[in-house]
Design a protein around this ligand. Structure first.
Ligand SMILES: [Mn+2]
Length: 298
């Protein structure tokens, strides 16, 4: 598998400017070691850096005023992931605040003809629109945009009429903080989301099996959007919007490892790493482990 690492140095759509430093910090501190380890272990992953897409205005911005800035940033990211997919590469995007998901998945979906599945791993539902958001920050809205709801310049970024994602091939897992309009929207659209309570009730293996089956049934393959705030902030403090509780990194690695149809993977993004809240680097150091868990076929 030929993997192209792509930074999305975005913070304008998020809650904290620190997020935009994450791709560079990863590339300098973790990537060389990870790359050497893969070579030494003769792993079949061929990884290279494809560059860093930088936002044009590195200040927190809000909708509706900043729609054009968000559109330009995400359009550039979309062109990169689309080009990488068309070239037969597997894009792995290192964010950035979660608004980069709009560019990542619009580009990956545009490179193929069949519908794409997506597993959204997150403490939040990210399914607001400007009508329901209190903060008007775009990182609380990317899933709604990809499903075709919200700011129209973003939902139609690729020029296609249809939304980027079809609800029946999407699932959200790890959720533990949301406003009531978000589950209402997802329920109306028909997107399955698994809260912390459901995971506790049914057990993680049953839930993850169901979620993986759902997204990997998509005719065009599937992707994973991983917001690091799904993890317990005691163990992974380096995120912009920490929520108490959450998954243990080992649990998350097992989730990523146990997808049986990895040959149908079309992309991965890992977002919301905030190096300024991660002075000891423990959140940063999880990235190679999590990426290897999903990318390596056993
Ligand atoms: Mn998120």
């Amino acid at each position: 598998m030929r993997i192209a690492l792509l930074g999305a140095a975005f913070s304008a759509g998020g809650a904290h400017p620190g997020c935009r430093h994450a791709p560079e910090v990863f590339r300098e501190r973790e990537y060389p070691r990870w790359h050497r380890r893969l070579l030494r272990q003769r792993q079949t992953l061929a990884v290279r850096w494809a560059g860093i897409v930088r936002e044009e205005t590195p200040h927190p911005l809000r909708l509706p005023n900043a729609a054009d800035v968000f559109l330009r940033n995400n359009s550039r990211l979309m062109r990169h992931t689309r080009m990488l997919r068309r070239g037969g590469m597997l894009p792995v995007v290192i964010g950035g605040d979660h608004s980069c998901a709009i560019g990542t998945w619009t580009g990956i979906a545009a490179a193929q003809r069949k519908p794409l599945g997506l597993l959204w791993i997150d403490a939040h539902l990210d399914s607001h629109t400007p009508d329901t958001s209190a903060s008007m920050r775009l990182h609380g809205m990317p899933l709604a945009v990809l499903l075709g709801e919200g700011e129209e310049r973003l939902t139609r970024m690729s020029g296609h009429e249809l939304p980027v994602l079809q609800p029946e091939y999407c699932a959200v897992i790890g959720v533990r903080s949301y406003e009531e309009e978000e589950p209402q929207r997802l329920a109306r659209l028909g997107v399955r989301f698994y809260t912390r309570e459901e995971i506790t009730l049914r057990g993680l293996p049953a839930v993850i099996d169901e979620a993986w089956r759902k997204v990997s049934a998509a005719p065009g393959g599937f992707g994973v959007s991983l917001d690091l705030d799904v993890l317990d902030p005691m163990l992974a403090p380096g995120v912009s919007v920490p929520e108490t509780g959450g998954l243990h990194p080992g649990q998350l690695a097992r989730i990523l490892c146990h997808q049986p149809l990895k040959h149908r993977l079309r992309g991965l993004e890992i977002v919301e790493l905030n190096p300024r809240r991660d002075p000891q680097g423990q959140t940063l150091r999880l990235l190679p482990r999590l990426m290897t868990a999903l990318l390596l076929r056993r």
